[in-house]
Design a protein around this ligand. Structure first.
Ligand code: GN1
Ligand code: MG
Length: 382
């Protein structure tokens, strides 16, 4: 089911905080109400409704950047400003539609695009796309095509942005070897005595260690280009038009950084092909849907195909397996460390998340050859 409407009323304290933040941005009208948008494991997101003199209502997104995760939030803001301005500039010049729209930041009264909250924290204000929805689980091949096309279009749109303009705000974000080492350290420290309960997950990861360096080695040999990438291409970071199911825009630009196109495509495969929730406890529901994968490939190559190299294309099938393994390692590491990074709402949630990801990684590995043949066939038409 679409989940754009998962909103929560605000506690009085938060309500006054959100109102005071909202009123610092260039928003026309009177503040009416705020709600919490419940999505994402990292930042806090709110929706503010304003009323104009003629009674028309307009809504805005307000977000506080999580400074535990983003140690230099001003650098995050500079990256977001750079990417949104670049894309908006291009859209204005070329009037591209599908996937060509991006978020717009509203100016703060200081003239910058962010403000400080009472008691700290860096906040920004974005436009809210009315008439859109997101999906946690892809329901149709058309949605998969659209999502692939939107992230491919994003890759294409930023492909001419000078790489020096964008800062690496979370170092080694997708460095799978370092993620592996982080897990090994968490195992060694075992601060919460949880290692004994995750032996089979650790065995599985150990048996996949040989693939951890595959893309890193290709980068080292200069066979894969470093690009500006989105780095958080979860399916629910695509806004779909409620009526037509077309992808309108990709959101959540905080992790835009230098990276590999394959990390983006891989994360899309991870989140779109699996019909189960990321934290599903019943692993029989975790399932790699190859038809969805094929539509992702078609959509992604239709928009990003011309900018991708042959080596990037030939690793597309593998990328989903790698990123599922990476997220499996990240969730497991956080479980062992006591759930300090990803927000949890129940005990064992990060372990459940790790298990779904590892199950998916295993299933993708089983289909990898077939997937690769499909990618190469579609890519011929590039
Ligand atoms: C986090 O907060 P959200 O849902 O956009 C995480 C991603 C993970 C994702 C897993 C900065 O993203 O890397 O893939 O959870 N973001 C950060 O669901 O670590
Ligand atoms: Mg995110």
């Amino acid at each position: 089911m679409p989940n754009r409407t998962t909103m929560q009323a605000l506690a009085p304290e938060t309500a006054s905080l959100v109102q005071s933040i909202a009123d610092q941005f260039a928003i026309e009208g009177e503040y009416l109400m705020g709600e919490e948008v419940q999505s994402g494991h990292i930042n806090s997101t709110y929706l503010a409704t304003y009323e104009l003199k003629d009674g028309e209502r307009r809504r805005y997104i307000l977000q506080r950047i999580n400074e535990k995760v983003f140690k230099d939030p001003l650098a995050v803001m500079r990256n977001v400003e750079c990417v949104t301005s670049h894309i908006n500039w291009k859209v204005l010049r070329k009037k591209r539609d599908l996937g060509g729209q991006t978020l717009s930041l509203y100016p703060h009264k200081t003239g910058r695009f962010y403000g400080y909250g009472q008691g700290g924290g860096i906040w920004r204000c974005y436009n809210y796309f009315e008439g859109c929805q997101t999906y946690d689980v892809v329901e149709t091949t058309r949605q998969a095509y659209e999502a692939g096309h939107a992230f491919g279009a994003f890759q294409d749109l930023v492909s001419d942005l000078p790489p020096g303009e964008i800062v690496e705000t979370i170092p080694d974000f997708h460095h799978t070897r370092k993620r592996f080492e982080g897990l090994m350290q968490a195992v060694e420290e075992d601060c919460h005595g949880r290692v004994a309960g995750v032996q089979s997950e650790l065995d599985f990861i150990g048996s996949n260690e040989d693939v951890v360096d595959r893309l890193l080695d290709l980068v080292e040999k200069e066979l894969l280009p470093l690009r500006i990438t989105h780095n958080d291409t979860k399916i629910n970071n695509v806004l779909f038009d409620q009526e037509t199911d077309e992808a309108v825009c990709v959101i959540d630009l905080d992790t835009v950084m230098p990276g590999l196109s394959l990390y983006d495509f891989g994360d899309l495969v991870r989140t779109a092909t699996n019909p189960a929730a990321e934290d599903e406890r019943d692993l029989t529901k975790v399932n790699f849907r190859i038809r969805i994968f094929e539509s992702l490939v078609e959509g992604y190559l239709a928009s990003a195909g011309p900018v991708l190299t042959d080596e990037e294309v030939s690793q597309m099938a593998f990328s989903g397996r790698l990123i599922s393994l990476e997220l499996g390692m990240r969730f497991l590491t956080d479980h062992l460390n006591g759930d300090k990074y990803f927000r949890v709402t129940r005990e064992g949630q990060n372990l459940d998340r790790a298990r779904t990801q590892l199950s998916l990684a295993r299933q993708i590995a089983e289909s990898e050859e077939k997937m690769k043949a499909y990618v190469l066939q579609v890519a011929k038409a590039r």
